[in-house]
Ligand binder design. Structure first.
Ligand code: MN
Ligand code: MN
Ligand code: ZN
Length: 280
């Protein structure tokens, strides 16, 4: 199985690979820059070289990039929307430089202007980024917890967008277990999980599922609360993850944890828990 965590690039982006190896990751996710601001520097040629050579010397694959937090690709505010699209263009470009195949995006909030308007803005943003940056990077749309005004809580939301992206080979999805569960998709029982994945297959197609974000949930089923919990300590629970990790579809995908680091656990604890629960 391919299991990893979200890794810090603090100090220098290539250090992410050292940290991933230290944690025994087969795959991992990064932000290519500070996720809490708009400003960023271009990647230096030296940093790109260090990152790509360390990566190719390792057996880690794939690496996944996550978009920073501030961009809202569904925003009705012109200024914010423009900056958000520019951020997406930059991330797709940076993924290409770093030999990273996937860029995970949140679909944002339409801020009360309606889901259709939200879809339109996200579709335009994807088309703009993919037509501006000519590389092989694939944008992965991440399902959300379905909080108020958010786009992406239902599989149908993702499909609406995918169907209108022009470069079909460059859009796919990332499935977050915490988000799906809190959006109302049951995952904790074998049959329910199979049904959820069958629904995803019918609406989007399992062939488009490229990455799984493996997180437990502080909110209950259908709570629409987006708060990640340590594996096994949330409402999905140890038994739920045993079932998830032994599912034939899920276990073949890159699994990336975005779990907390606090007094109850850290990356090492969560990775060990996943490996323990993955054994039948
Ligand atoms: Mn995310
Ligand atoms: Mn996620
Ligand atoms: Zn989340």
């Amino acid at each position: 199985m391919k299991i990893g965590v979200h890794i810090s690039i603090s100090g220098s982006i290539d250090l992410a690979i050292d940290r991933a190896l230290e944690r025994g990751c087969d795959t991992f996710q990064i932000f290519t820059r500070n996720p809490r601001g708009w400003a960023f520097k271009d990647l230096s040629e030296e940093n790109v070289k260090k990152f790509t050579s360390k990566l190719s010397d390792s057996e880690i694959a794939p690496v996944v990039v996550h978009m920073p937090y501030l961009p809202n690709l569904a925003s009705p505010k012109k200024h914010i929307y423009k900056k958000s699209v520019d951020s997406l263009i930059a991330e797709v470009h940076r993924c290409g430089l770093l030999n990273i195949p996937y860029c995970v995006i949140h679909l944002g909030s339409h801020l009360g202007t309606g889901i259709e308007a939200g879809y339109n803005r996200v579709v335009d943003a994807c088309n703009k980024a993919l037509s501006t940056i000519d590389n092989d990077v694939i944008i992965l749309l991440e399902n959300t917890a379905g909080t108020k005004n958010s786009v992406g809580g239902a599989f149908e939301d993702l499909q609406h967008i995918i169907s209108r992206v022009e470069q079909k080979s460059r859009v796919a999805i990332c499935f977050d277990t915490c988000h799906a569960f809190s959006a109302g998709y049951e995952l904790r029982e074998r049959k329910a999980l199979v049904n959820t994945l069958k629904h995803l297959d019918e609406v989007i197609g399992l062939n488009l599922l490229k990455v799984v974000h493996l997180n437990d949930s502080k909110g209950d089923l259908g709570s629409h609360i987006d708060r990640h919990e340590h594996i096994g300590l949330g409402f999905i629970g140890e038994n739920g993850f045993k079932i998830i990790l032994n599912n034939e579809v899920i276990k073949q995908l890159p699994l990336i944890l975005e779990t907390p680091i606090d007094s109850r656990g850290d990356d090492y604890v969560n990775l060990a828990k996943v490996r323990e629960l993955a054994v039948k």
